[in-house]
Design a protein around this ligand. Structure first.
Ligand SMILES: Cc1cc2nc3c(=O)[nH]c(=O)nc-3n(C[C@H](O)[C@H](O)[C@H](O)COP(=O)(O)OP(=O)(O)OC[C@H]3O[C@@H](n4cnc5c(N)ncnc54)[C@H](O)[C@@H]3O)c2cc1C
Length: 399
């Protein structure tokens, strides 16, 4: 089967690449094919926190994410051991939390409605570019294309096929979903376990999102999160722990431990719930992101290293890849030698670089006193840096 543009992976980066491409070059719609190995609505391990930049990019595509079931977090806390910075946006939510099975299914529906073909249940096995085109080997036979977009996530085959032996930096991530409130059994009440919750001293968390960096002094270069979420309309909480692995050379407790400790502080027993893990590849400015005829987007390039935030980035990568592809088709020149430059000069590239620099500073300075200083006493500086370098890049993406 022959198509001009094959997109490997129907997650946010692949779907965004297609949607942006037909926004700037509508005549390409019938020349694009997305191959997705799963069937929608497919599970995807992710806390589903959408920042404003994701919503801005979707709005510019004419999409209203409030159509997807969601919970709005009224504030986000960035803390060390329970105290730190609280960020809220007047008259609006701070973070919108979606479930990825629902969000990705919705985005795939919008992509199909825009006239783009998506083939589900096709697993790509190998990608072989040469000077005349690209052969994509799948479990359903071979496909040929002029251009391939690798949007197949952190473990994707595209990067492994076209850029083997390149260093990759991956974070370890664990996630668990719990009911909104801890369930206190009669025995626990009698034995005095969960007394704090029962007595109302430690209130079950509300509609706010929490990021606590308390594991850093123990060489876990990341944080524990707790978000409000929903499953089938039922209020739930999503807990997890993120470790960039930057301090991997030093002794660390099992990743599960700080998460279990934090959940216990709020009356939850981690062992009562299903714990799942998945790596996140994070952005490194020195890594190549394309070869002739093949370019990478989303986690295949890298997510934000500070938080492992990647949905807004995936949507942004799609916008930049679309411009690069459109230019290459007009010039009939497929080296993609300008793709990295295009990324670096974009709002997305600037925030990724800034976040990479910040990651290299704040996690190795792992001392307790430094983390307390950072999250509790340097609030104005942290908020300013976040405002200038971390947030507000979505507006600076050309779509
Ligand atoms: C536990 C966890 C929590 C997270 N929480 C957040 C959060 O709250 N907010 C946030 O912004 N980010 C979060 N992230 C990161 C976010 O999930 C990713 O950055 C985002 O999904 C990247 O999108 P993508 O389209 O690049 O890749 P993916 O979403 O991984 O999509 C890749 C797609 O490619 C398909 N695919 C893979 N291999 C093949 C193949 N061989 N053939 C065909 N198809 C293939 C997959 O089925 C999938 O549909 C989290 C990640 C994890 C692991």
């Amino acid at each position: 089967m022959e198509k001009d543009i094959l997109i490997i992976g129907g997650g946010p980066s692949g779907l965004s690449s297609a949607l942006h491409l037909i926004k700037i070059a509508p005549h390409l719609s019938h020349r694009i094919l997305i191959l997705e190995k799963m069937h929608y609505p497919r599970p995807k391990l992710c806390a589903g926190g959408l920042v404003a930049d994701a919503e801005i990019i979707l709005q510019r595509l004419g999409l209203d994410v409030s159509e997807v079931p969601h919970v709005d977090a009224s504030a986000a806390h960035f803390e060390f051991e329970g105290r730190g910075i609280k960020i809220s946006v007047p008259k609006s939510h701070t973070i919108r939390v979606i479930r990825r099975n629902e969000f990705d299914h919705w985005l795939a529906k919008k992509t199909r409605e825009a006239g783009i073909e998506i083939r589900e249940g096709v697993t790509v096995k190998n990608i072989i570019p040469d000077k005349d085109g690209v052969t994509v080997e799948t479990d359903q036979g071979n496909f040929c294309a002029q251009i391939v977009v690798g949007a197949d996530g952190s473990n994707g085959i595209t990067r492994r096929s076209v850029l083997p032996n390149r260093p990759v930096y991956t974070a370890r991530v664990l996630e668990v979903i719990t009911p909104n409130y801890p369930i206190i059994t009669r025995n626990e009440a009698i034995l005095g376990i969960n007394n704090e919750i029962a007595s109302g001293k430690s209130t079950p968390r509300n509609d706010q999102a929490y990021f606590d960096f308390f594991p850093v002094p123990d060489n876990i270069a990341g944080y524990v999160w707790d978000f409000p979420t929903q499953i089938n309309g039922e209020p739930m909480r999503c807990w997890g722990i993120y470790d960039t692995n930057l301090l991997a050379g030093q002794e660390r407790p099992p990743l599960k431990k700080p998460l279990a400790d934090e959940m216990a502080r709020h009356g939850f027993n981690l062992d009562d719930h299903e714990l799942k893990g998945h790596p996140i590849r994070w952005y490194d400015p020195f890594n190549p992101i394309s070869v002739p005829r093949v370019l990478l987007v989303g986690d295949a390039v890298g997510a934000d290293p500070i938080f492992g935030e990647g949905i807004s980035m995936a949507l942004g990568y799609g916008a930049i890849a679309a411009q690069e592809i459109n230019t290459s088709i007009r010039r009939a020149e497929f080296s993609f030698s300008g793709y990295k430059r295009r990324l670096v000069w974009s709002g997305l590239g600037q925030t990724l670089l800034a976040r990479w620099v910040i990651t290299q500073i704040i996690y190795p300075l792992k001392w307790r006193w430094f983390q307390i200083l950072l999250w509790r006493f340097l609030k104005p500086i942290v908020i300013l840096v976040a405002w200038v370098f971390v947030l507000n890049w979505g507006k600076r993406i050309r779509t």
